[in-house]
Design a protein around this ligand. Structure first.
Ligand SMILES: N[C@@H](CCC(=O)N[C@@H](CS)C(=O)NCC(=O)O)C(=O)O
Length: 246
């Protein structure tokens, strides 16, 4: 008789995220972990509001973090009786890179890694016009809004030009389909940018479009988008351009 061995894998990492339709910061580590096959449990915290007494803020308060998502909870490490909680996408990315040094979170080459980190830091602290004028809203068709915003806001045009120049420069040197050869943290960081370009119909050149299409075709990105559309959750405070009945 054949004995069947049941193997239980203990999931030690949890990723706390917000609404998939709206939370661009949550998308980055989720896509990174999913695409690289890192095992984690997803904890969804719906955005009810960002007021101090909201369910969202109160749940985060219990974790003792900064009151924003994403948060990585690593129960491999216990501090004062609680699992280690890491907040902010940059810190999460670095923690993952330390825990999984062979998974290609950063490019292998030292100088490429320095450039990749610079780009991720630039995304983290910059592109303010794109971020504030075009909040991520995966399920929405905001093409008309996008045409108007693009015509009116030089800052938005500058942000897109800078993004396209980063893509052009790194794709030209890349030995693979992604910005640094194989998929890495940089590509995960640009995934929400591509969501915005899609929803708002922002104009990009053919090289950028081809890269954007490769990101859109990633399994992890496809899954995130399907989940985002499936949420069917309209939150007025995340919707500068739509009303509930449009
Ligand atoms: N710099 C933070 C930004 C995180 C962030 O702003 N998250 C948003 C959701 S996409 C949030 O939780 N906002 C709540 C608030 O602003 O109070 C990171 O990289 O994780």
């Amino acid at each position: 008789m054949r004995l069947r061995r049941i193997i239980t894998v203990k999931v030690c990492m949890k990723l706390v995220i917000g609404n998939k339709n709206y939370s661009s910061w949550s998308m980055r580590p989720w896509v990174l972990m999913r695409e690289l096959g890192l095992v984690f449990e997803e904890v969804n915290l719906r955005f009810d509001s960002f007021d101090a007494d909201s369910q969202f803020k109160q749940s985060l308060d219990q974790l003792g973090v900064a009151g924003k998502v994403p948060v990585l909870i690593d129960s491999n490490v216990i501090i004062a009786g609680k699992p280690l909680a890491v907040w902010d996408t940059l810190a999460i990315t670095e923690r993952l890179a330390e825990c999984f040094p062979d998974r290609g979170i950063w490019p292998r080459d030292e100088s490429q890694r320095a450039i990749a980190r610079s780009i991720v830091a630039e995304i983290h602290s910059g592109f303010n016009a794109l971020r504030s004028l075009c909040p991520m809203n995966i399920e929405a068709d905001l093409q008309d809004v996008g045409v108007d915003l693009y015509a009116k806001h030089a800052g938005l045009r500058d942000d897109l030009a800078r993004i396209e120049s980063i893509w052009a420069q790194n794709l030209a040197n890349s030995k693979g389909p992604m910005l640094f050869g194989a998929f890495s943290a940089v590509d995960a960081y640009f995934a929400p940018t591509i969501m915005r370009i899609q929803s708002y119909g922002l104009p990009i050149n053919a090289t950028s479009r081809a890269y954007a299409n490769r990101i859109l075709a990633l399994k992890s990105v496809q899954q995130w988008m399907a989940d985002a559309i499936g949420e069917d959750d309209f939150l007025s405070f995340e919707e500068p351009y739509r009303s509930r009945d449009t």
